[in-house]
Structure formats: structure tokens, C-alpha cells
Ligand binder design. Sequence first.
Ligand code: AMP
Length: 250
Amino acid sequence: MKILVPVKRVVDYNIKVRVKSDGSGMDIANVKMSMNPFDEIAIEEAVRLKEKGGSVTEIVAVSCGVAQSQETLRTALAIGADRAILVETAEELQPLAVAKLLKALVDKEQPGLVIMGKQAIDDDANQTGQMLAALADCAQATFASKVELAADAVTVTREVDGGLETDTLTLPAVITTDLRLNEPRYVTLPNIMKAKKKQLDVVKPEDLGVDIAPRLKTLKVAEPAARKAGVVVPDVATLVEKLKNEAKVI
Ligand code: AMP
């Protein structure tokens, strides 16, 4: 069975991004870019499932975006993906467009499982996995914290508000990863070298017959309001007095 893992190139999670002065978006020129952390977890999980020696035969990493997303795909190959596909475009890609591109690749590659991040940390959309499952008309389990794969089904433990929920899905299925699913391995130098030789195909959205035109328009992006500095109080009595008489919340 093949596992497809979509990986997005995003601003590195350590970078503090700034809003452009005209409020039209974030200024991401010349900032460090990395693989979306939830996608790293997705690749790690796919590699672990393959290493268990079950029915997984191949892991295909996919990225949609600019040519530099090849770097992200090479990281996925170094973690252990076997092959990669870049759907290259310089156009803005919204979740629906990505889901349609992934659906076209699902039709072509026929994976038994798609494992992807629950959300991309740049736009925090949390939409692509759900949209892909709907478009591909297959089962989905979001926010996975445990994945157990059998021959024709997958059992997923999900993090929900009240605790944990366990679902068994028939394959093919889409799973989105939560933070506690696993801790991705460090990428070693020999594996980075090996990854350079692995197959990476580049296709265009037109080759897949997908209309990627944006459907949503961003009207304005603004910084959050600045917070007032806090004060350190010497004891609980002073805290209670301030809450009562200054903040007037008790
Ligand atoms: P989002 O719905 O944008 O929060 O993204 C959820 C997940 O969809 C990500 O964690 C990725 O696995 C996948 N994804 C989103 N955008 C892309 C992209 N441009 N290329 C590949 N995968 C993507």
C-alpha cells in the first residue's frame, strides 16, 4: 500500500513574522522557511508504519507551491519518504485549491492512506485534510494521536475536547496529525545525502487539470492590540485587593 503525505513549506515556527505596512499580508521576504511541523509528524508516522514491515510499500511526499518547496520535499525524503512530487506554481494557493490538487494526485497515485498535518502554521486554516476527504469521498480522522494500520482498515485515536476517541476507518482514508502523535526523528547527514538521489517529479496545476484560482479575498491583516505591561504583587492579599478595587472583577 502507498501512503501519500502532503507537506507544506511555511515560515519557520521560531520566526516572529511582521504585518506589512500596508496591511495587505505578512512580510515573509527573506525569512527562514521550513516544513510545517505537523507535516513532519505526518512523514514520521508514515515512515514508522512502513518500518513496522506491514503492508506499506511506498511513501510519496507531495508539496504544492513555489519551486523552493523542493527543499521541503528533500527533507521529507531524508526523513524516509521514497519519492516526491512538487506541484509547482507561484500563484497563491488556498486550502480548497490544495485539496483539489491533492485529489487529482490521489486519483493518479491511488494511495491507501493520506497522512497530513491538522493545520499549516502560517494560515492556521485547518481545512485541507477535511476538504480532501470530502472531494475524494473517503473516510477521515482528524487530530490523530495514535495510528494503527491493518490490511484494509486503520484505527485512529483522536484528541477531542472531552478526552480520546477511537475510530476504525476503512481504507482509503485521510488522517490529520496532532502534536502528540510522535516525535519526528533528527535528519542525519547520510540520509540527507541519500535524499538528493531520490526521485522528485515536478508537475504544474494545469497538468492535473485543476483550477487553483483563489475563492477568498483577504481584506486586511492587522497586528494584535498591544498588551499593557503586568505588575508583580508581593502577596495574595495585595492581589485580592487589586482585583477588587482596581480591576473590579471580584
Ligand atoms: P491547512 O488546511 O492549510 O491548515 O493545512 C492542513 C494540511 O494540509 C497541512 O498540514 C499539509 O499537510 C496540507 N497542506 C496545506 N497546504 C499545502 C501545500 N501547499 N502543499 C502541500 N500540503 C499542503
